[in-house]
Design a protein around this ligand. Structure first.
Ligand SMILES: *[C@@H]1O[C@H](CO)[C@@H](O)[C@H](O)[C@H]1NC(C)=O
Ligand SMILES: *[C@@H]1O[C@H](CO)[C@@H](O)[C@H](O)[C@H]1NC(C)=O
Ligand SMILES: *[C@@H]1O[C@H](CO)[C@@H](O)[C@H](O)[C@H]1NC(C)=O
Ligand SMILES: *[C@@H]1O[C@H](CO)[C@@H](O)[C@H](O)[C@H]1NC(C)=O
Ligand SMILES: *[C@@H]1O[C@H](CO)[C@@H](O)[C@H](O)[C@H]1NC(C)=O
Ligand SMILES: *[C@@H]1O[C@H](CO)[C@@H](O)[C@H](O)[C@H]1NC(C)=O
Ligand SMILES: *[C@@H]1O[C@H](CO)[C@@H](O)[C@H](O)[C@H]1NC(C)=O
Ligand SMILES: *[C@@H]1O[C@H](CO)[C@@H](O)[C@H](O)[C@H]1NC(C)=O
Ligand SMILES: *[C@@H]1O[C@H](CO)[C@@H](O)[C@H](O)[C@H]1NC(C)=O
Ligand SMILES: *[C@@H]1O[C@H](CO)[C@@H](O)[C@H](O)[C@H]1NC(C)=O
Ligand SMILES: *[C@@H]1O[C@H](CO)[C@@H](O)[C@H](O)[C@H]1NC(C)=O
Ligand SMILES: *[C@@H]1O[C@H](CO)[C@@H](O)[C@H](O)[C@H]1NC(C)=O
Length: 840
């Protein structure tokens, strides 16, 4: 940069100076966190003992969970006024200084779950005037100071679950008039007296008192006019005193959970009876009650609006036809986690509105006949012992749209099983032992949109195996034992958009396998064994017909650590491919033509390969690339980027490679880069990387992830040192700096001269002559080789000592030549040397 003017240069260097040395944290390299494009800071787990100091001000959320922070100091967050969310879950916070959050007027959600707070103190939450959600689950809170929540006037959710509170207090509601959801489960509260909480009506919609040991529940005023959800699960002690003076106090409760209550039958009946039979109760959970269940069901089924009924984990073995006879309004019935082996034929007959029946986790060995007499559209039979499906099991169930049959020991399907299910939309058959589809999906035109056969034992699929599924959109065959995909396996699936073949044993994709999948958008072939002999072009590229494909995953093909190749036209046809995963393939080289066919590639994940060198032209066709992941590939240099012209690249991950120098033109060739991860490389810590180092610290656009952990591998004496601690200032011969120095000198000189001229004029004249004398002296030095080493001036009284002692010592022993007044002085001649400071 040419030096255009003194002032300009001074400012330039001043700016540089401040930037480099005075505010080192103003740079864009965070020690343990990274900032996403949404301005969320995400901090590494297990890396911080104190709140990070280097989070940029513009950040809107910070995720700090699973660290080791023990105290929040009032200075910690003072530079973060824009925060909307702060998550400090699972730290060791036991102390929050008063006024810590005073500038967080924007904060909406504060999460402090799983910490070590014992007390909520006054001032702790001051400033959080816009806080809406406060989560304090799983601390050790015993006391809450009266004014703790005084700033929290907008709070709507307060979660104090799993603490050690013993009493309810008005503190929870006094300053939080908008509070809607109050969660205090699993504390040590034995008494609920409504007057302790409030005497006037509240906005509470949810009150969770579950897992307390309630002995008294006294509701003496209508303080919950809006209460919809009351959770008392596992929270009522045997012999509870339940006083609700007016049943209308709970008239709006929609959802009640009294699961697991250890109360006498009578007690629980009392509780249920306070919900007037014409009340609005719609959702009732009666789980884990082993005592008097039938009576409770009888009472419950009188609630005329009850539509969601859970009776889980009650060890029910047999469902008799009278059990649910009165529950005529039910829409959802959940009988999961019982031990049901038998269901009477007419059990559900009176449930005319029933839509969803959940029989998950029972001991059924076949599809119960009773379900056929319903009008349900959703049936969950997963986790049972059904080992065979009969042709009539779902006969005439034309409304059925969702069936979950996962985790049953099914061995095979029959082609007639789903024949009547014209509206079947979603079928889940995962985690069974199905090894034969037996043509089930070949005929009977169906409306199935999602079919999951994950984790079964399929080894072969027929030609046109799913031929009848003309509407199918998602097919998952993950975790089977498929070896080869035949020609036209997927014939007929013209609407399929997602196909998952992950974790099979596919080694070869034959011609035409995917030829019919014209609408396919994502194809997952991860963790198979696809292999090709070389990079030579192949006659029939496997994805040639998949022009709509957006995402392709072919990572992890090399299980036996064999090195792989992809033919150079492997990706031919994928003109709309946007995301490609080819990591973990042990690829040793990639032909420069590989990406010629994928001009719309946006994200390419090719980490974990052996691509020591990348061809300069490999990325030339992928001009729209925004994310490039090439970590762990043994790259020796990044120079290939110079030729790639990746002007839109935003994220570059090249961690754990073997390059050591980053050249300026490489970084400058990536004008859109906002995130760079280079950790795990060994850097050269000399002037070769001086530019890079400077750039890491000063550039404001690109966040360099974990830059503080980058280590030197060269020169040997710096091995193991942190890159950012290396001083390379001497390397940077900066035009700015030269300008600065000259400017500074000129200014100082000018000042000095005018000062001297003004105040020290005569001294100046004297000094001038002195200088002349000095110059004259030095000029004539050589002409007049000096005769003496010293002139000795003395008093006549000392002459004896000089001549007797000094002279012999210096002249004889030391070999000096002294000029003595009496001996060497010629009258009329000046003694030599003449010096003004010589004492005389
Ligand atoms: C967490 O911090 C405590 C002190 O506050 C320390 O004793 C402990 O070793 C730290 N644990 C980890 C994993 O850093
Ligand atoms: C619960 O509180 C009672 C006294 O009210 C006390 O005896 C008991 O130890 C407390 N339990 C726990 C788990 O803190
Ligand atoms: C409600 O009123 C009772 C008696 O009038 C009083 O003891 C209690 O402190 C009041 N509660 C609140 C939260 O103000
Ligand atoms: C509520 O009812 C109980 C008895 O169930 C009674 O002792 C109490 O005085 C009543 N309280 C109010 C405020 O009506
Ligand atoms: C139930 O509530 C209605 C009005 O909400 C009321 O008329 C009726 O008396 C109540 N019944 C009982 C048993 O409390
Ligand atoms: C439940 O109610 C029905 C009729 O509403 C009655 O026949 C049956 O005996 C009752 N069951 C129990 C256990 O009370
Ligand atoms: C089922 O209920 C038993 C007690 O009856 C309890 O120990 C168990 O944890 C419950 N299971 C689940 C999954 O909730
Ligand atoms: C239930 O229905 C099945 C199938 O129609 C029938 O075989 C069986 O006998 C019936 N069971 C009873 C108890 O009626
Ligand atoms: C299905 O319904 C038809 C007519 O509604 C009836 O004829 C047939 O027997 C039913 N099939 C079964 C297996 O219930
Ligand atoms: C498969 O279907 C054929 C006829 O459709 C039948 O003969 C055979 O038994 C079926 N296999 C199984 C395992 O159900
Ligand atoms: C491969 O597919 C193409 C077009 O789909 C077809 O012309 C060719 O005969 C097939 N070759 C083999 C060996 O199946
Ligand atoms: C690089 O890409 C930009 C836009 O993507 C284009 O304008 C420019 O010509 C390209 N340069 C080279 C050398 O290919």
């Amino acid at each position: 940069m040419p030096c255009r003017g003194i002032r300009f240069c001074s400012f330039g260097i001043l700016y540089l100076f401040l930037n480099n040395f005075i505010f080192p944290t103003a740079s864009y390299t965070l020690k343990n966190c990274r900032v996403t494009q949404n301005r969320d800071a995400i901090c590494q787990k297990n890396s911080l003992n104190v709140f990070p100091k280097d989070i940029p001000e513009r950040v809107r959320s910070i995720e700090l969970s699973r660290n080791n922070i023990s105290t929040l100091y009032k200075t910690d967050l003072k530079n973060l006024p824009n925060l909307l969310r702060l998550d400090l879950t699972r730290n060791r916070i036991s102390k929050i200084e008063s006024s810590t959050f005073v500038v967080q007027i924007s904060l909406k959600v504060l999460t402090l779950n799983n910490n070590r707070l014992c007390k909520l103190q006054e001032g702790m939450f001051d400033g959080l005037v816009n806080l809406i959600e406060l989560y304090l689950t799983s601390n050790q809170i015993q006391t809450v100071a009266p004014a703790s929540f005084k700033s929290l006037s907008k709070l709507t959710i307060l979660d104090l679950g799993h603490n050690k509170l013993r009493h309810l207090t008005n503190v929870f509601l006094q300053h939080t008039p908008l509070l809607q959801n109050l969660y205090i489960p699993a504390n040590n509260i034995s008494t609920f007296n409504s007057w302790e909480l409030s005497n006037k009506s509240t906005e509470l919609v949810t009150l969770d008192l579950s897992q307390n040991e309630l002995m008294y529940f006294r509701l003496t005023a209508g303080i919950f006019p809006k209460l919809k959800r009351l959770f008392l699960e596992d929270g009522i002690k045997n012999g509870i005193v339940w006083e609700v003076n007016d049943t209308s106090y709970l008239r709006n409760v929609v959802r009640l959970d009294v699961s697991g209550v250890r109360s006498s039958l009578h007690g629980l009946q009392e509780v249920l009876k306070t919900f007037n039979s014409s009340s609005s109760l719609r959702h009732l959970q009666l789980n884990q009650i082993n005592n008097g269940l039938r009576d409770l069901i009888n009472i419950s089924c009188k609630f005329s609006k009850l539509s969601y009924f859970e009776i889980r984990n009650n060890s029910i073995k047999v469902i008799r036809s009278d059990l649910l006879h009165d529950c005529t309004y039910l829409k959802l019935l959940n009988l999961g986690m019982n031990e049901i082996t038998e269901i009477s034929n007419n059990s559900f007959q009176s449930l005319r509105l029933l839509n969803t029946l959940i029989l998950k986790s029972n001991c059924l060995t076949s599809v119960p006949y009773a379900v056929r007499k319903t009008q349900i559209s959703k049936l969950d039979l997963s986790h049972n012992k059904i080992n065979i499906l009969g042709c009539d099991d779902f006969a005439n169930m034309t409304r059925l749209s969702v069936i979950y049959l996962s985790n049953n020991p099914l061995l095979a399907l029959k082609d007639c099983v789903f024949k009547d299910l014209v509206n079947l939309n979603r079928l889940k058959l995962q985690n069974s032992s199905i090894h034969q589809l037996n043509g089930t999906f070949k005929k009977n035109k169906q409306n199935l949109k999602t079919l999951s056969l994950i984790n079964n034992k399929l080894t072969v699929l027929d030609h046109g195996e799913f031929e009848a599924l003309k509407s199918l959109q998602t097919l998952s065959l993950k975790g089977n034992k498929l070896k080869q995909l035949k020609d036209r396996t997927f014939f007929g699936l013209s609407r399929l958009t997602h196909l998952n073949l992950e974790s099979n044993k596919i080694s070869e994709i034959t011609n035409g396998t995917f030829g019919d999948l014209k609408a396919l958008k994502t194809l997952n072939l991860k963790n198979n064994q696809i292999k090709y002999a070389s990079v030579e072009p192949i006659l029939y590229p496997p994805f040639a017909e998949l022009s709509q494909l957006d995402t392709l995953d072919i990572s992890g093909q090399s299980r036996s650590h064999k090195r792989l190749n992809f033919p150079q036209n492997f990706l031919q046809g994928l003109t709309n491919l946007s995301i490609l995963y080819i990591h973990g393939n042990h690829l040793t080289s990639m032909h420069p033509n590989t990406f010629n066919y994928t001009p719309n590639l946006n994200v390419l994940v090719m980490s974990d390969n052996f691509l020591t060198d990348i061809h300069n032209n490999l990325f030339s066709p992928t001009q729209k690339l925004k994310g490039l992941y090439i970590s762990m590939t043994m790259l020796r240099s990044l120079d290939f980027l110079l030729h790639a012209n990746l002007t839109e690249l935003e994220m570059l991950l090249v961690a754990y490679n073997t390059f050591s120098v980053i050249r300026e033109p490489v970084m400058l060739s990536l004008p859109a880069l906002t995130y760079l991860d280079m950790q795990g490389n060994g850097f050269t810590c000399n002037c070769d990387n001086a530019w890079f180092l400077q750039w890491v610290i000063t550039n404001e656009q690109t966040q360099v992830f974990a830059a503080y952990s980058y280590e030197c591998s060269y020169p040997p004496n710096l091995k193991g040192r942190k890159l950012l601690q290396v001083d390379v200032r001497s390397c940077i011969v900066d035009m700015d700096f030269i300008c600065y120095i000259s400017t500074a000198c000129t200014v100082i000189m000018t000042l000095a001269v005018s000062f001297t001229h003004h105040f020290l004029q005569w001294h100046l004249v004297y000094a001038y002559y002195l200088m002349l004398a000095f110059l004259y002296n030095s000029k004539n030095k050589d002409k007049r080789a000096h005769q003496y080493d010293a002139f000795v001036s003395y008093n006549a009284n000392d002459e004896g000592w000089v001549l007797g002692e000094l002279l012999p010592k210096l002249e004889d022993e030391q070999g000096w030549r002294l000029c003595l007044h009496h001996r060497d002085f010629q009258p009329g001649e000046e003694p030599y040397p003449e010096h003004p400071l010589h004492p005389h």
